[in-house]
Design a protein around this ligand. Sequence first.
Ligand code: NAD
Ligand code: MG
Length: 393
Amino acid sequence: MTRLRVCVLGSTGSIGVNTLDVMARHPGRYEVFALTAQHRVEELAQQCLTWRPRYAVLPDALRAEQLRLRLEGSGVTVLCGAAALEEVASHPEVDAVMAAIVGAAGLPPCLAAARAGKRLLLANKEALVVGGALFMSAVEAGGATLLPIDSEHSAIFQCLPEERERWPATIDHILLTASGGPFRTREPLSLRDVTPAEAVAHPNWVMGRKISVDSATMMNKALEVRAARGLFDLEPAPIRVVIHPQSIIHSMVVCCDHSVLAQLGTPDMRVPIAYGLSWPQRVISGAEQLDFMRLSALTFEPADPLRFPGLQLAWETLSARPGSTAVLNAANEVAVEAFLSGALRFDQIHAVNLHTVEQALPEAGEAESLEGLLALDARARSVAGARVKALAP
Ligand code: NAD
Ligand code: MG
């Protein structure tokens, strides 16, 4: 069997590390072609020495030089800059790309991989939220195989028939489950006092800082709703969100005959990662088995719109003009970054998002090209940044 050559974008992050963990369990099936990161030079160097990829990529020249010195004689070629991400993601010798960069920064390499017809393992939901129809048409034009890695999207994908043509007739609606994050029962008025450490302490999942804050505001679910619409070709109506605090059911498909299919498992991203890597087969992931004898009750509740106003805003942008969800995503990235650095209160993240969605309106046709989307993203970031400054304590 020839080994699948994998490019891991964002290899030092939570998803990247879990991806390498799964791959290490199957040395006969997978090899690393390229690894990329943003800051953590030493971690990337260690990964390179273990995996001996053809390429390693860092965005800035200084860090790339540090990595070059560290990897002298190892046979790894160090590249630098955003264009190099696109180059490795679309390289003719790459079979699969794990898209695990956080935020809209992951869009250009995702598009490059899609256009080059790769097996594209999409953890980076923001790329699809921003890229929208442009992203999905690149997948189609390039003949890429898009495999969702987000646990909810993977759950839905695992519940659906293998032939995509059967999806529309099969699905009545989709139920995306959400844990409700760390503040599901916290007194809403006290949300203004939330610290970054509290916000990133997710009750069930260990994840990167940005997605952890998004889980606390439920913006993560909003982004997942938008991404699900692209992935499963659904209009907004057939997607519903339900809070399921135990994070055991990862999402459900309600079929046209009202049979409900669900995917269950311990909250461990190695399960969807292993499925993406091995699809349509399955391989050992390293995740613990679910022990039904020790499982507490599985409970469900609606999302409280007052506690989680971002969810409502996301529904509104879904039906607004194309590009609106890209604006919301950019605002949210700026607001979360500001919150994590102490420049914004937790409850002000929504204020920044709302203001930006109202002020930075997409122009006609802007969402139809990468250049247009990047310009829109930049405009939204500048509006959001100004709002953060205005709200600064
Ligand atoms: P993380 O912050 O732990 O890691 C992000 C990775 O991307 C790092 O390797 C970082 O160096 C790199 N990176 C960040 N900004 C970059 C930039 N501008 N240019 C190039 N590289 C950059 O994040 P994560 O939790 O692993 O999440 C990655 C993606 O997967 C996100 O889109 C997130 O929403 C999604 N996701 C994560 C989980 C999870 O359990 N962590 C679950 C579902 C979906
Ligand atoms: Mg998820």
